[in-house]
Design a binder for this molecule. Structure first.
Ligand code: 0X9
Ligand code: ZN
Length: 800
């Protein structure tokens, strides 16, 4: 690379014949007091043959521009030090400034009037044409001067041709009490991709000069921008020695080393890295060196897709998202691979800007030359779009990374993702169905594949993420990351668990007021629920009784609550909750129902006066406990009995009931999430529920089993697509219930048979309650939400 750049230099000098200013620089100096001003005045009077005063020392307040020849650089520097003169480099390399300003491209548009102090700049970039390096640097320098609290110009080293390389730090120092995340942006690695520096300068301008329009971008983030990474080649453009421009994209060792050191300095706080290139409208993630995907690819993908969606929404431009090798080709040594793999910046992207090839950069080099403006396809609106993206996304809470840092295999042991996939055709539906049926040991289908164009939520363990994504891509299934970090979401959900109340006084020594901790503002664990049942039945002995009807596999109580004002011959409603451990909203709702019937009896006595209620709030207590346990799993669904001969634990109780058991939609594999238990009623918990229901079945008209999520009010059958003969009645009652519910809370529920609304799933308690126990009105209620939070529904939304 060195030889190439040297070659460029020789060519460049061969093309020029007049006096040269190699090594000359222009320094802007400001006297802070009278003695230092006098020093400058003296220098002006006595040594102006050496120091070329571009502006004269006239008053203390005005900065003075002085051109310093290379032989005097050191002397001049010393002078600045000893006389305490404020200074900054205005032009690092006068010769290149001269050459560049002679280009046939946009010449620096110098505004003739004196620069106003109120922020308008002398050197204006207008983003309707390309600007040379010097103009860009002048622009940056002035910006730094006008906005000293926000913009800092950091010199990060020199190029081969001795140009200064700059990194612009943009940070709102007024608002710097917290450690902010940072975004690192670069552009112009490939000199001919002029749109990249153009974008970067625009971004800088937008952040700084339009601060007021979107203060959050600066208040919440620091920005480090390397607007022109490869100024030498960029700068030599248009000087008549275009050959240098057509060579392989140069990225000489000096430039990359400078950039690398600068990046490493700020890497720790940096969450997002954007490297701007052109062209083709793709948004690329690592890796470029291998076809493998990074372990956290779904996170990378998700952020990029969100950015692209935003961008498309604003400007209509389409970008494809994917890994570098996935979308382009294997290309090692790319900056983002290093940025992610070595510098540890999690969200590293290469963004290939417009267009998609009409102009491109192969032909387009010539095109750009004849197009003084960006041209019809390349307008500055595109530029806006990219800033928009970064802006709208990177200051939001970024998905958390695992405890092992930003990169490395440890990630794959800690994070699970929930994907929303959408089978667009028969083949993709088949693939999903196959995965559902055959690999439910790996993929946890939160909702199940049923129809074309009906989205399915799938939780994927990290080790399978890339396999999964590859599968989706191979079979053309649309997919997106719905929950990027399940663990973080669970963690956030922990705040919704009620703290147990510590009783100082004897529990029942009070004037009738129950002292339980349930408040339906937060989720309650099993002991808290049992305490609630005990306290409430003690407080209302004539209305409510709690009986332990058996013990679970792990010895937890199976409680049955009866709410009744006594008398005989009443019809009954049977309600159960918590059959699926992770569906926390279910026991929450069922306990709220008990509370409402008992403690608010007076508000609606008819519900209790005319009906007996049999309620089992948590019929899978082992599983429920496990979702609260410190070493448990918040997203556990099944029971907790080990399966002989298998490493996997538990049965899906809702596939274990003995009516058309194992006739589809359940798994025969103990590791499956919908494992049917191997035989009907193989589980002690299902047996207890069965026997309890049977004991009250003759009087029971309605069976409600409460699940989440999806907002469905389901009727049998779940084992077949056929309708029950009395479906009309089942449907009617459901409609009346849902209408009431919607009128009260506005929530919408879908009504239908399980099979037709959802999918075939045999062995469900609802099918058995109707078909086995003969309860006419049997329903599965899938409570909120419709998928935004899924099982991690925030507390406080339990009333249907
Ligand atoms: O699949 C289930 O067991 C229920 N859905 S959930 O997401 N809560 O797991 C629906 C059961 C519907 N009833 C029958 N299929 N019998
Ligand atoms: Zn369920």
């Amino acid at each position: 690379m060195r030889t190439l750049t040297l070659f460029a230099l020789i060519l460049a000098s061969a093309c020029a014949a007049e006096k040269r200013y190699d090594g000359y620089k222009v320094v802007q100096v400001k006297a802070k007091d009278v003695p230092s001003f006098q020093t400058l005045a003296k220098l002006y009077d006595e040594q102006s043959s050496i120091y070329d005063f571009w502006t004269e020392p006239r008053s203390l307040d005005e900065p003075i521009d002085i051109m310093v020849p290379p032989a005097y650089t050191e002397t001049f520097d010393r002078l600045l030090q000893t006389h305490n003169l404020e200074h900054r480099i205005k032009i690092a390399d006068v010769q290149s400034a001269i050459e560049i300003s002679r280009k046939d491209q946009a010449s620096p548009s110098v505004v003739q009037e004196p620069r106003s102090r109120s922020g308008s700049l002398r050197y204006k970039l207008n983003w309707t044409e390309y600007h040379d390096y010097t103009t860009i640097v002048l622009f940056l320098a002035e910006l730094a001067q006008n906005y000293p609290d926000i913009v800092t110009l950091i010199t990060i080293g020199k190029t081969h041709e001795n140009r200064e390389m700059y990194m612009v730090k943009i940070s709102n120092s007024q608002n710097s009490n917290t450690t902010k995340n940072a975004v690192l942006v670069d552009g112009g690695i490939h000199a001919r991709e002029w749109i990249a520096p153009a974008f970067n300068t625009w971004l800088i301008h937008e952040l700084v000069e339009n601060y007021a329009a979107h203060p959050q971008y600066l208040d919440n983030l620091d920005w480090y921008i390397l607007p022109v990474m490869n100024p030498d080649e960029g700068g030599s453009a248009g000087n008549g020695c275009d050959e240098t421009y057509h060579g392989p994209a140069a990225f000489s060792e000096d430039e990359s080393a400078n950039a690398r050191d600068a990046i490493l300095l700020v890497a720790e706080r940096t969450k997002v890295y954007l490297s701007y290139h052109s062209y083709s409208q793709v948004w690329l993630t690592p890796w470029g060196y291998t076809v493998d995907l990074p372990a956290d690819y779904p996170l990378l993908f998700d952020l990029a897709q969100a950015a692209v969606n935003n961008l498309t929404a604003v400007y209509g431009t389409q970008y494809s998202v994917g890994s570098t090798t996935g979308l382009l080709y294997v290309a090692s040594g790319g900056s983002i691979d290093w940025i992610k793999g070595e510098a540890g910046i999690p969200y590293a992207y290469t963004v290939e800007l417009r267009d998609t090839g009409d102009y491109g950069f192969l032909l387009p080099y010539a095109w750009i030359k004849v197009l003084p403006k960006f041209g019809p396809k390349i307008t500055n609106t595109l530029i806006l779009s990219h800033a928009f993206v970064v802006i709208t996304h990177s200051h939001e809470a970024l998905p958390r990374f695992g405890p092992c840092g930003n990169i490395g295999p440890c990630l794959s042991e800690t994070l699970r993702w929930v994907f929303e996939v959408n089978p667009k055709n028969k083949v993709s539906l088949e693939v999903l169905t196959k995965l559902h049926n055959e690999r439910s040991d790996v993929y946890d289908f939160w909702t199940e594949p049923r129809n074309i164009n009906r989205p399915v939520d799938i939780m994927v363990p990290p080790a399978f993420a890339s396999t999964f994504i590859n599968l989706m891509r191979t079979f053309d299934v649309d997919y997106k990351v719905k929950i990027a970090d399940v663990e973080a979401m669970i963690e956030a959900g922990r705040k919704d668990i009620a703290k147990p109340i510590i009783h100082k006084e004897p529990r029942l020594s009070r004037a009738g007021a129950p002292r339980y901790s349930l408040n339906w503002e937060s989720y309650s664990d099993l002991p808290a629920i049992e305490e609630f049942l005990a306290e409430l039945s003690a407080a209302y002995p004539n209305l409510m009784t709690t009986t332990v009807v058996g013990q679970s596999y792990q010895g937890n109580n199976m409680n049955l609550v009866k709410i009744s004002t006594g008398g005989t011959g009443k019809k009954a409603i049977f309600v159960d909750g918590g059959i699926h451990a992770r569906e926390w909203i279910s026991p929450a709702f069922v306990t709220w129902l008990i509370h409402e019937l008992v403690e608010n009896y007076a508000a609606h006595p008819q519900y209790v006066d005319n009906i007996d209620w049999y309620i089992m709030p948590v019929i899978n207590p082992d599983g429920y406990r496990y979702t609260f346990a410190a070493n448990g799993d918040r997203l556990w669904r099944k029971t907790r009995k080990p399966n002989p001969g298998s490493p996997c634990i538990g049965t899906d109780m809702n596939r274990n009931f003995g009516f058309h058991w194992d006739e589809g939609g359940s798994s025969d594999l103990p590791c499956g999430e919908t494992y049917n238990g191997g035989a009907p009623f193989s589980e002690i918990e299902s047996q207890i529920v069965r026997d309890t229901i049977l004991s009250v079945a003759p009087q029971t008209m309605v069976y409600l089993t409460v699940h989440s999520y999806g907002q469905y009010w389901l009727t049998p059958w779940g084992y077949t697509a056929e309708y029950p003969t009395d479906y009309a009645q089942l449907y009617d009652l459901a409609v009346r219930a849902v209408d009431r519910l919607t009128a009260l809370y506005g929530t919408q529920y879908t009504i239908g048979t399980s099979t037709n609304v959802l999918y075939v799933a045999s062995g469900g308690s609802d099918d058995w309650a109707k078909g086995g126990a003969g309860i006419p009105y049997s329903y599965t209620i899938e409570l909120r939400d419709t998928g935004r939070y899924g099982f991690e529904l925030p507390a406080g939304t339990k009333k249907c």
